[in-house]
Design a protein around this ligand. Structure first.
Ligand code: ZN
Length: 504
């Protein structure tokens, strides 16, 4: 690559970014289509298209010429053009990383994880960890090797964490989880000893057609512009954003659990708002989208838990819900509703966990992953270690590996270092609330009137508009100061001690 001017180099960067956008746009749309309305039998054709586009996208993002182009831009761009410099940095990072991974090893890893996912599904269905164990062993060994390619200067687990959350270290996580362990485990034990909260009225029949209408109400309440964001239905709810003008969310309706879809819509709505409030100038560039998975999760959980499950929001939500479901909720009060949607109890399955216990599920996975990558835990001991940690943190016995260490697909997919992001998001969200309130005062007075505009304004100003301009840790620190887990544990202590009526 030889560029004679910065102007020419930026033109080249733009054309690469446009192509990347187009490939990813097309692949994601095929994914959304496959998950929503496409006929099942079309899976083969979708696979062919995804394979062809995926190869094109891969060779584009790993092209070694990108490294020289990025370096030219970094040498010649004005020091204060942060956006351009970051785009070059991101382009360089992907190309450099892939240049370090030998192609045959990359392919072998893809083949391995493809097979592993099939075997994992069988092992989970038949409660037979021994089927999956040899695959997990290979996946751990491969990840150790990959960690060296990603960044040989870091301890292997840190290098893996960096793939999902740039700049994150096990040291930060050790402090974070130690705080959670000392604060949430005792809190959860007190909750488990308290009188259980009644949720039976949420298990009555709530017709799905009416739940769909309620989703529209929810999207309006949280301020989603329907010209820029649509809602679909899938087995597992998700959000996909292509630009700040085209975002898709999905939900799943269960007739006897309207709270499932309600909080999926608010959760995915939080993800959508992050995408919708990105800077216009970042559309179709490498800066479009959220700073990281955990930063994204901080926004979805901010909307789902901090706002959506607050007492103030119930004043807005419950009367509207009662209007759509008058029969089902005739004998229910706003307070009963608030308590029901916040019920906490130790459980086996991460994806069904409540706001209080969720992070404990992640803590189990974090410790096991760290030990696997660190070589101190042999794969054959994973089930026993898993069960012991569930007993220690959640106080429950795990009856089978299906409901235990085989429940999640992440390790089979080759991902080690991904889980911590789920817990970090909630902690970031609580720190944002405290910072926001220090600046705006009590935001829940507005929430009680159904006015979320100031909250959204703060999030847009401090987080959303920046897209991927900053690394996640840096973005948080600019908005809220250094990461501090005590915001999160204080928030949980205050909320759940009041809810269950004991001293914090
Ligand atoms: Zn999410």
């Amino acid at each position: 690559m030889t560029c004679t001017s910065l102007h020419e180099a930026v033109g080249l960067l733009e054309s690469i970014e446009k192509k990347m956008y187009a490939y990813n746009h097309a692949m994601s749309l095929i994914g959304v289509d496959g998950n929503t309305v496409a006929p099942k039998a079309g899976v083969e054709g979708r696979g062919i298209t995804l394979g062809v586009l995926g190869e094109l996208a891969y060779s584009l993002s790993t092209d070694r010429e990108n490294i020289a182009l990025a370096e030219y831009i970094l040498q010649n761009a004005p020091k204060d053009d942060l956006a351009l410099r970051r785009r070059a940095e991101l382009l360089k990072k992907t190309a450099e990383k892939n240049a370090r991974i030998p192609a045959d090893e990359y392919i072998a890893f893809t083949v391995l994880t493809n097979e592993a996912q099939d075997v994992w599904a069988k092992a989970k269905n038949t409660n037979d960890f021994s089927l999956f164990a040899p695959y997990l062993e290979k996946i751990v060994a491969f990840n150790r090797k990959l960690a060296g390619y990603y960044d040989a200067s870091l301890p292997p687990y840190d290098a893996l964490l960096n793939e999902f959350e740039e700049g994150l270290t096990a040291k930060t996580l050790d402090t974070f989880f130690a705080t959670l362990r000392s604060e949430i485990v005792p809190l959860m034990k007190k909750v488990a000893q308290s009188a259980p909260i009644d949720i039976s009225f949420l298990r009555r029949s709530y017709p799905i057609e009416a739940q769909r209408r309620f989703s529209d109400v929810l999207m309006e309440l949280i301020g989603i512009d329907r010209d820029r964001c649509t809602i679909g239905e899938t087995e597992h709810p998700f959000t996909d954003g292509f630009s700040n003008r085209d975002v898709r969310i999905t939900t799943h309706y269960h007739e006897n659990a309207p709270d499932d879809s309600m909080f999926s819509v608010i959760h995915e709505g939080g993800h959508a708002i992050y995408e919708l409030d990105g800077d216009d100038a970042f559309n179709y560039t490498l800066l479009c989208g959220g700073a990281s998975m955990s930063m994204h999760e901080s926004q979805s959980r901010f909307y789902e838990n901090i706002i959506g499950r607050s007492r103030a929001f119930c004043s807005v939500l419950f009367p509207r819900m009662q209007k759509i479901f008058p029969g089902q909720l005739a004998d229910v009060t706003e307070d009963m509703f608030y308590r029901a949607i916040n019920r906490a109890e130790p459980s086996l399955i991460r994806t069904q966990a409540d706001e209080l216990t969720y992070a404990l599920h992640i803590m189990v996975r974090y410790e096991i992953e760290k030990e696997l990558v660190g070589g101190t835990l042999p794969v054959c001991d994973v089930p026993a270690r898993w069960n012991a940690l569930y007993k220690e943190y959640l106080g429950i016995d795990v009856p089978s590996d299906t409901e235990g260490c085989l429940q999640d697909c992440h390790w089979a997919g080759g991902m080690l270092g991904y889980f911590p992001s789920y817990a970090l998001g909630s902690a970031y969200a609580a720190q944002m609330l405290d910072t926001m309130e220090a600046c705006l005062g009590d935001v829940f007075a507005d929430v009680e009137r159904g006015d979320l505009s100031k909250i959204r304004g703060w999030l847009k100003e401090n987080i959303h508009r920046y897209g991927q301009l900053y690394k996640p840790g840096e973005l948080l620190e600019r908005a809220c100061g250094p990461f501090d887990a005590s915001h999160y544990t204080n928030y949980l202590k205050k909320k759940f001690s009041a809810l269950y009526g004991f001293e914090a």
